[in-house]
Design a binder for this molecule. Sequence first.
Ligand code: 4AD
Ligand code: MG
Length: 480
Amino acid sequence: MQRIKIKDLLKEQKITEGVLIKGWVRSCRGSKNVSFIALNDGSTINNIQIVAEAIHFEEKLLKQITTGACIEVVGNVVESKGSGQKIEIGAKKITILGHADANDYPLQPKRHSLEFLREKAHLRFRTNTFSAIFRLRHALTFAVHQFFNDKGFFNLHSPIITGADAEGAGEMFQVTNFDLKNLPKNDNGEIDYNKDFFGSKTNLTVSGQLEAELAAMGLGQVYTFGPTFRAENSNTSRHLSEFWMIEPEVAFADLEANMDLAEEFLKYCIQYCITNCADDLRFLDNRLSEEEKNLKKEERSEMGLLERLQFVIENDFERLTYREAIDILRNSKPNKKKKFKYIIEGFGSDLQSEHERYLVEKKFKKPVIISDYPKGIKAFYMKQNEDGETVKAMDILFPLIGEIVGGSQREENLELLEKRMDEMDVDKQELWWYLESRKFGTCVHSGFGLGFERLIMFVTGMKNIRDVIPFPRTPQNAEF
Ligand code: 4AD
Ligand code: MG
């Protein structure tokens, strides 16, 4: 007999004899005569109800059907007499595949806090919330590839180990196989990286952009989708030390085209989830409104989850320049009343998340794209504007998330790029190959990076980034 997945069983709703299902017990209740088992196999948020009449089974077996146990059931699909489900399984044979001692198993059929479940990350896949999140994470992965494939982009596997610091921010994890207790030194007494595994100093990549630019200068349009690593010591609900990023890079595209692509891409991914993950989104929508019931009215989100997703798809993102954003912020109430932690003085101030949230949530009440930032607060590779002060950068800010996308048109002029690298103390020797893309057949090109977990946060309504990646890595934490 072949196993049928619970998702398919519930979809077919067919009264049949002799089906085989396997899954994990979510709960088991009942009386001396009959047990009702809620079984889930991960294929869907929905459980199937198993009805086990005591006369058909040994008491010893029924006692082992506890929350968390893995079981196999053979039975008939029948119309359910109870409310809440159309069909259920009348069990004929039950086999315990894996016990879960009720005294030890940490998850109970009740609401657990997200903090508690983070400590049980090895088991949290078995909860409604996390199974929904990780099914959505998969759907979004699929949507990303679908979107770019349909547009004729090529997926590029950029290296994870590299010698470069693409963002020039120095937030890298070093990669070495040196014996740290016995480091080889050169004549000057410095560590001799010629003797390291790769013959040079290497680190985990902070971005695949530089390599993607090289590929775009031949393949035309490419995108990377991989893990990136940052050793920044920011313990916030929006930062991970290991996160996934999608980085498209497009030849012949200017900043305007870059913004258009990013907006279309985000809307496509969100629409994909609405179309393909209705059950999971409905569950998360309810979860969020339940969670927010305990909050004060002014702390609650103005829209429900599904409403918010729909709203983002249906409305154009607000586009403004950094200078315009600064003007708005300087004249804003919280700035004048010194309610911001960082007061906006004028041109040159970096935008903090409190400012981003003001623009998105208070002023425009929709996603915002800010462009043309001061060159001093952006990376060396960005295309310089003629004003000599700003660069063709763009950040996309989302409600409740803040920055979700960062990108730019790239400086394709060799001379200007080299000058900027000197000014910013970026090693030209190390990036000789990057500079050659400007020396040979350079052209206008642009790209951006989407923080994958931040997109998942937005789509699922989760407020902590640690809850949308299976095993989060953050400062002082790399368990599992
Ligand atoms: O703005 P960032 O640093 O841009 C780059 O890395 C460029 N190389 C992208 C490009 O133009 N190809 O990062 C891009 C996005 C951010 O907008 C944010 O969504 C996410 O990556 N991000 C993080 N997500 C989680 N944890 C962190 N520590 C993150 N740092 C950036
Ligand atoms: Mg950024």
